[in-house]
Write a protein that binds this ligand. Structure first.
Ligand SMILES: Cc1cc2nc3c(=O)[nH]c(=O)nc-3n(C[C@H](O)[C@H](O)[C@H](O)COP(=O)(O)O)c2cc1C
Length: 242
């Protein structure tokens, strides 16, 4: 039901692996949501990437103008000195047009991480990304402490995020965004029905110039109450369809 973009920067593949698990979680969520993995444009010269032993991945590159087509975003953030990578920051900085037009308000975002050392700045990385969500009017959806994150029986690399957690995050994010998308379209449809219904009823019940006829007033009252019950009935029909 929800359209979700997983937007990442990955130099060594850890974030890409997590993104693929998150995609599986979204697709298995039972919400009918779709997930597409994108990468942000690279800002480093190819020779620098080679010297860093980095890898180039064959993923579509996201453009800021495409963000409006999604209901939610999950950003894959490999920590750089406790912060988001410059590539992600450059992408955020390319969304001035979306910020001015308000194109991203009423959308949702979450974040996932990879660090070289145990929890090496994952929370500060989350923290430094949040200002972008706030400016855009995007609702931040944290994963929260799931049972998987509280399992300390095994050392899982640079932080608590591992494949199982990633699938849980995809599932949870898809359910939350889908609930909003579904509820919002229902709300808009019923509001449209209510407007149409009220307009029609007003046309039907406009008292004539000759208001001395008491029957007209009675009819108006009946129609008003009919209109209220009509709206309720139409809402129930819509609810049934959804
Ligand atoms: C310039 C630079 C800065 C980094 N800063 C941190 C850091 O502050 N804390 C940490 O634990 N790891 C740090 N790392 C390690 C990366 O976070 C880690 O290699 C990366 O998350 C792996 O993700 P990837 O395989 O998807 O590229 C840094 C790596 C680079 C290249």
């Amino acid at each position: 039901m929800a359209v979700i973009y997983i937007i990442i920067y990955s130099l060594y593949g850890h974030i890409k692996t997590l993104a693929e698990e998150i995609k599986k979680g979204i697709e298995a969520s039972g919400t009918g949501s779709t997930a597409t993995i994108y990468q942000v444009p690279e800002t480093l010269p190819a020779e620098v990437i080679t010297k860093m032993h980095g890898v180039k991945f064959d993923l579509p590159i996201i453009d800021a103008s495409e963000l409006k087509n999604a209901d939610g975003f999950l950003f894959g953030l490999p920590t750089r000195f406790g912060n988001v990578p410059a590539q992600i920051k450059a992408f955020f900085d390319s969304t001035g047009g979306e910020w001015v037009s308000g194109a991203l308000k009423e959308k949702f975002a979450g974040t996932f991480f990879s660090t070289g050392s145990q929890h090496g700045g994952q929370e500060t990385t989350a923290f430094t990304s949040i200002t972008w969500f706030v400016h855009q009017g995007i609702t931040y959806v944290p994963l929260g402490y799931t049972p998987e994150l509280q399992d300390n029986t095994e050392l899982v690399g640079g932080g608590p995020w591992e494949k199982n957690v990633a699938r849980t995050q995809g599932d949870r994010f898809a359910k939350i965004v889908s609930a909003y998308v579904k509820g919002n379209s229902f709300f808009k449809a019923t509001a449209a029905y209510a407007t149409t219904s009220t307009t029609n009823d007003n046309t039907r019940t406009q008292p004539t110039e000759n208001t001395t006829n008491t029957n007209t007033n009675t009819a108006t009252n009946n129609n008003t109450s009919n209109s209220a019950s009509n709206i309720v009935a139409k809402c129930l029909v819509l609810l049934w369809k959804f």
